[in-house]
Design a protein around this ligand. Structure first.
Ligand SMILES: *Cc1c(COP(=O)(O)O)cnc(C)c1O
Length: 228
């Protein structure tokens, strides 16, 4: 497998999708999702100038992250139990999967203890799927109003995972919804930093997500191959 070629291919597709809708490709961050992939593969990607990585599992991340060399930014994208909040605060730069007030409180507490500010995104469950985490769309604004009061937490945007479809076009309405939600929240927030990020799009649908406003795409399989 040619990691460099895969990274380049994904970057090219991001660029095409962005230009198609008159967006500046440089405002989109490619996060390489490395769950279940070896440190050697991660290091190879980092050596080839992919500098943002996403991990899903706390234990796996604790084993891998300290061993990766380079100016790498780590994104936590998996489900996070409150009792593991203390680990992610020291290992990760951004937590994409904040799905409860309780978790935000816990992250704030541990960030304060290590005197560190942590960037977060709120995960939104747009389809109301029971198997998926995330705030219902109607609860996001009040959650943000509360979390804005937590001094060690910086809310930077929203994240979503639409239901799985074979046809990426079917995911498009969910991406549109997340952008609309972010834009309406930015309108109603006063004296607060506007939400910048939309973390949406994976290997099967990131081009559609970019067309709909994604600022962060999370791509695993298309770069690192299938997971077993
Ligand atoms: C695994 C995972 C991805 C990457 O999925 P691919 O289809 O392999 O690109 C993206 N986001 C989240 C939250 C994931 O768990």
């Amino acid at each position: 497998m040619d990691i460099l070629k895969n990274i380049q291919g994904v970057r090219d597709c991001i660029k095409k999708a962005a230009l198609l809708v008159d967006r500046d490709p440089s405002e989109i961050t490619l996060v390489g999702v490395t769950k279940k992939k070896s440190m050697e593969l991660v290091q190879e990607a980092a050596d080839n100038n992919l500098l943002d990585f996403g991990e899903n599992y706390v234990q796996e991340a604790r084993e891998k992250i300290p061993g990766i060399k380079g100016a790498v930014t780590w994104h936590f994208i998996g489900r996070l139990q409150t009792n593991k909040a203390k680990y992610v605060v020291s290992l990760f730069d951004m937590i994409h999967s904040v799905d409860s007030i309780k978790l935000a409180d816990e992250l704030n507490k541990h960030a304060q203890r290590s005197n560190r500010h942590i960037k977060i995104l709120l995960e939104v469950n747009l389809a109301g799927e029971e198997t998926k985490a995330g705030f219902p769309a109607e609860d996001v604004l009040s959650a943000i109003e509360y979390i804005t009061g937590l001094p060690y937490i910086n809310i930077r945007g929203l994240m979503t995972m639409p239901p799985y479809f074979n046809d990426p076009e079917k995911a498009r309405p969910y991406f549109k919804k997340l952008k609309k939600l972010r834009d309406s929240i930015n309108k109603s927030l006063k004296n607060t930093q506007a939400l910048q990020h939309l973390s949406m799009g994976m290997s099967g649908d990131y081009e559609v997500a970019v067309q709909e406003g994604a600022t962060i795409v999370r791509v695993g399989t298309a770069i690192f191959g299938q997971r077993f």
